[in-house]
Design a binder for this molecule. Structure first.
Ligand code: FAD
Length: 615
């Protein structure tokens, strides 16, 4: 009999993070996955991070998770999205070398103490007294554990579609997971079917790069991990091209041959990640769409054309791709496809991601109706930590909307459920000024240290950083200066007579920074990263109170009635999707409106402001 504390099924992004987290917590852990050599495979785009998603990666890293460090070592182009906007909405993103990413993830897991990796298919769950007590493998072997984490991704009853062709598959080149899917459907209420898609892969040697706009990475790359300093892989440029009227015409003419529009797919796709068919139909007024040509690796000629995922037949893919500038003679290495799979309603889960009906079983990743590597990894981390706690009879670890995007996602999933693949956006967080990528360690590493999932080197690095931040802040409070005194140092403020210390002055932004550095020389002895962090903390400190007040107001106004004839079309700041849902569901008050899937705090504030104006 093989006994573990925790068994994780699936070595995708959720499973890798879950297994590593459980093992870091001291649980004897097994990771059972169909093909161990596929651990760390990126099923779709070779990129990590972005808006909202980059925040999740930083939070995973703050809890000593793997994704940030692995992405840093595999990153071949780093860009900080929204660089010109405030730090709260900036998103670190890296394009990764697929092979390096996979190797780095496998290496990270291979050196993890307490973790055994088993290549096998799980076909059933072991149940004892209404609890999950282990798994049964295809060869009949039983493995036992106090907690099991299931992260089967797109594999449960996976069906791949290319035009009218359909075949079973977990993703291209992988078999689906059918017996386990059947067993789960017997045990639990099904959530339904979702779908996602991927573009054709192109041969970079057949692209005319001279005709394309070039996109370089940032000169001063911002990495994911608080423990990383510099990229290690060679950095490369991407290309940018556009679809055109001819491309759209070919897609339009062949819409009925697409799996999606020809009625071959019942699953709902991600609206935020539309296929080229969706773009042509939904944004018919647009005559061009941007396509990023992203190399999949340093020693790989495969190019990922970001922006044209599709389920059209191969001949149509060849035709429309070749209408695009630079791609006139392109060779398709692998056609794009759509995939449909089973997911389970996340409202059946506790905040710890344990399945209410089956104690001892946790779900994480795509199986919960989310999409994306980062969303999957963050859930894997939570499920892995909590599975280890359950195995030791310890309380669950909670994350809240106030402390993390992880908390926002868990709350959204278990309270609102999903009707389409869920992905993270900064607009989902009501406390987003506090939940910045730059301060993820300050928010979460203390929790990680307290529960025991943070390794020694990171604990030390974090403690040293926090000591420096505290001292640097203290160095800013040695004196307070009046606007008149500041004027003589070139800083012009309103003559309100208020004396301010260095921290308060830093909240005024960049122009105060130079004056502060010369007025508080002890502050300028700290490293650039510490001074930048203190400046960012100062900048946001002033807004936090207002954000707190806004959130409190929304909470207090939850019972505010929304009249049946309320005209949502008058709210120009409200997205088309939300308007449609609100008109259809006609919530009677703000509390009900807040439960609508995809509802954001900003949208609720907008509705409230309008209701007040109308009074
Ligand atoms: P996966 O990465 O799918 O991993 C599942 C793992 O479980 C695999 O290792 C598999 O071998 C294992 N497994 C399954 N069943 C069993 C079993 N019975 N026994 C043992 N092991 C098992 N995301 C985006 O954000 N944007 C996109 O545009 C996008 N497009 C996509 C297109 C396609 C075609 C696919 C396949 C995925 C796409 N994704 C996209 C989704 C992204 O790949 C997933 O969100 C992410 O990989 C989910 O991680 P996961 O860990 O939940 O599952």
């Amino acid at each position: 009999m093989k006994q573990f504390d925790v068994i994780v099924i699936g070595g995708g992004h959720a499973g890798s993070e879950a297994a590593a987290a459980a093992a870091r917590m001291g649980a004897k852990t097994a990771l059972v996955t169909l093909r161990p050599e596929q651990i760390g495979v990126m099923s779709c785009n070779p990129a990590i991070g972005g808006l909202g998603k980059g925040h999740l990666v930083r939070e995973i890293d703050a809890l000593d998770g793997l994704m940030g460090r692995v992405a840093d070592s595999a990153g071949i182009q780093f860009r900080l999205l929204n660089r010109r906007k405030g730090p709260a909405v900036q998103g670190p993103r890296a394009q990764a070398d697929r092979k390096l990413y996979r190797e780095a993830m496998q290496q990270a897991l291979s050196v993890q103490n307490g973790l055994t990796i088993i290549g096998a298919e799980v076909i059933d769950l072991n149940l004892q007294s209404g609890r999950v007590a282990g798994v049964i493998l295809k060869d009949g072997t039983s493995l036992f554990a106090r907690a099991v984490v299931l992260t089967a991704g797109t594999f449960l009853n996976g069906v791949i579609h290319v035009g009218s062709e359909r075949r079973s598959g977990g993703r291209v080149g992988d078999e689906p997971s059918i017996p386990l899917a059947g067993r789960l459907r017997d045990l639990l209420p099904s959530g339904g079917r979702l779908k996602t898609g991927t573009p054709p892969r192109l041969d970079g040697r057949s692209i005319d790069w001279s005709r394309l706009e070039r996109q370089d990475g940032d000169e001063d790359p911002v990495l994911f991990s608080f423990m990383s300093r510099q990229p290690t892989a060679r950095q490369i440029a991407c290309g940018i091209t556009h679809t055109n009227e001819q491309t759209h015409e070919i897609v339009r003419e062949n819409l009925q041959r697409s799996a999606m529009y020809g009625g071959y797919i019942e699953g709902v796709g991600p609206r935020y990640c539309p296929s080229i068919e969706d773009k042509v139909v939904r944004f018919s007024e647009k005559s061009a769409h941007q396509v990023f040509l992203e190399p999949e690796g340093l020693d790989d000629d495969t190019i990922y054309p970001n922006g044209i995922s599709t389920s059209l037949p191969r001949d149509v893919q060849e035709a429309y791709v070749r209408t695009i500038a630079g791609l006139e003679d392109v060779r398709i290495l692998q056609p794009g496809y759509a995939i449909e799979y089973d997911f389970f309603d996340p409202r059946e889960l506790r905040q710890s991601l344990e399945v209410r009906q089956l104690p001892g079983l946790f779900f994480a990743g795509q199986i919960n109706g989310t999409t994306g590597y980062e969303e999957a990894a963050a859930q894997g981390l939570v499920a892995g930590l909590n599975a280890a706690r359950l195995a030791k009879d310890e309380d669950v670890i909670s994350f809240s909307r106030r402390d993390s995007y992880i908390g926002v996602m868990l709350d959204d999933l278990v309270t609102r459920g999903v009707t389409e693949p869920y992905r993270m956006f900064t607009s989902r967080a009501e406390f987003r000024l506090a939940l910045r990528a730059d301060n993820a360690d300050q928010r979460l590493t203390p929790l990680g240290i307290a529960v025991g999932c943070v390794s020694e080197p990171r604990q030390r690095a974090f403690q040293e950083k926090m000591i420096s931040i505290c001292e640097a802040r203290r160095a800013l409070t040695t004196k307070r200066l009046s606007p008149k005194e500041l004027l003589s140092h070139g800083l012009r403020l309103s003559q309100d007579g208020v004396r301010r210390d260095g921290f308060e002055l830093l909240s005024l932004g960049e122009e105060a920074r130079t004056a502060v550095e010369s007025l508080f020389p002890a502050f300028s002895t700290y490293g650039q990263d510490i001074r930048d962090q203190v400046a960012t903390d100062a900048l946001y400190a002033q807004y936090l109170q207002r954000q707190e007040a806004d959130a409190k107001l929304l909470h207090e106004e939850e019972q505010t009635i929304i009249p049946r004839d309320f005209d949502y079309d008058l709210l120009s700041g409200l997205s088309y999707e939300l308007k449609t849902k609100l008109k259809r569901q006609q919530p009677e008050n703000l509390a009900r409106a807040s439960k609508i899937e995809g509802m954001t705090p900003a949208a609720l504030t907008l509705i409230l402001a309008h209701l007040r104006k109308a009074q």
